[in-house]
Design a protein around this ligand. Structure first.
Ligand code: F3S
Length: 397
């Protein structure tokens, strides 16, 4: 791969050890994927932040990189394993909290902004159309490529950190025009509304893409989609289909830039939505935990929850998972008080998937198809999907 003099200097150790190790990771990746050169990145999002995922080995590696590594571009973190201010109230044990804070401190020493959220695009780490970035969270990767029209591959934790410390990433995959074409035409003949339904749609499309061994759907038939619906869809289609990019006719910015695929066509109707929704509801599930905010809740969703909970009491454990800056806005405008007066809890910086809560609950109700997947696979919960309104009804009945 062709390197500039500065990149070669990085690789030769002239910018310190952490940068040298980072450049080694990036050039290896570039060689594997036949990248011609490196490109500058505007921003980075790092995943694999929970101590539950990092473990001692991961923490040691981070501490080593933090000795002389400093980020060159705007860099934020994915959710951690706990709410950094309110971990005790969420039942997190002290040992875990201590280790999680050691990891966050290592990230902070490198100059990373320690807002732990999977929706960096809602809290200031937001690229514009066409900008190259290096993000690692699958739902955010899908959102940035598809909804914003920025360009990123799905990075792993180490390659994202390497991009942050060098400001570079190898130019391959979704950074190139020729890899951004729709591959399968998906015609939706159904009305899709709400975060839960967009999540169900994401599962149908994701499952189909896996079956077809394709990655990029071109979707027609969606008239309107809010930011919240699109973030839910992105999380779901990335989880079930490994999708990092889709085009949605009339909605996403690049749908007109490439030819509409015509050789593989798949239709989705109302019955498909109902059938797939049923797959995300375990029979005989006893719900003792409700969580909204996968991906992290926007201020708009928090406003809705506050309004629905006003004057009510929840009778089950109820988390709203969000970014801390979003929680601060909710505090200022009074939404947090309405929510906490009802007995629901904020779980900022974390989520119901990355927090170490396996075995604590029997069944979880969510408005997110992604949370259903990991609720089953990782935490062994029974799951039930429903709208935000239905989640509140379940919590308060
Ligand atoms: Fe975000 Fe956790 Fe869901 S990281 S996308 S809230 S599983």
């Amino acid at each position: 791969m062709k390197l500039t003099q500065e990149e070669q200097d990085m690789l030769d150790g002239k910018h310190g050890k952490a940068v040298q190790k980072s450049m080694e990771i990036l050039t290896t990746l570039g060689d594997i994927f036949d990248a011609e050169c490196m490109i500058d990145v505007y921003g980075v999002q790092i995943a694999g932040v929970s101590y539950a995922n990092l473990g001692e080995a991961g923490l040691e590696w981070l501490s080593e990189m933090a000795k002389d590594g400093r980020v060159r571009v705007l860099t934020t973190l994915n959710p951690a394993g706990m709410d950094r201010e309110n971990w005790q109230a969420l039942g997190i044990d002290e040992e875990f909290a201590k280790n999680q804070n050691r990891a966050i401190d290592a990230f902070a020493r490198m100059g990373i902004i320690t807002t732990c959220s999977c929706t960096p695009y809602l809290i200031g780490n937001v690229p514009h159309f066409g900008q190259h970035i290096a993000w690692a969270e699958s739902s955010a990767v899908c959102y940035s490529n598809s909804v914003i029209g920025a360009r990123t591959n799905r990075e792993g934790g180490p390659s994202a950190l390497a991009a942050a410390l060098t400001g570079r990433t190898p130019k391959y995959g979704y950074h190139l025009d020729e890899n951004r074409h729709g591959q399968v035409l998906i015609n939706v003949h159904a009305s899709v509304k709400g975060t839960d339904e967009f999540g169900v749609l994401g599962k149908i499309i994701g499952d189909k893409l896996v079956e077809l061994e394709k990655k990029i759907p071109y979707i027609t038939g969606i008239q309107l989609a809010t930011v919240e619906e699109l973030k839910s869809f992105c999380a779901s289609v990335a989880t079930y289909g490994g999708t990092a990019l889709f085009h949605m006719e009339g909605i996403t910015p690049e749908y007109n830039n490439y030819p509409k695929p015509s050789d593989i066509v798949f239709d989705i109707n109302q019955d498909d939505l109902e059938k797939t929704r049923a797959e995300l509801i375990d029979s005989e599930s006893e719900i003792d935990f409700i969580s909204i905010g996968c991906p992290h809740a926007s201020i708009h969703e928090i406003a809705k929850i506050a309004h629905l909970l006003e004057g009510k009491k929840v009778k089950k454990e109820f988390w709203i998972t969000t970014a801390r800056p979003t929680k601060r806005i909710a505090d200022e405008v009074g939404y947090s008080k309405l929510i906490e007066d009802a007995g629901a809890k904020f779980a900022a910086d974390t989520c119901c998937v990355v927090a170490p809560i396996k075995g604590r609950f029997k069944g979880i109700m969510v408005d997110s198809a992604k949370a259903c997947y990991y609720g089953r696979a990782k935490n062994k919960f029974k799951v039930k999907i429903g709208s935000i309104e239905a989640c509140i009804e379940e919590a308060t009945k």
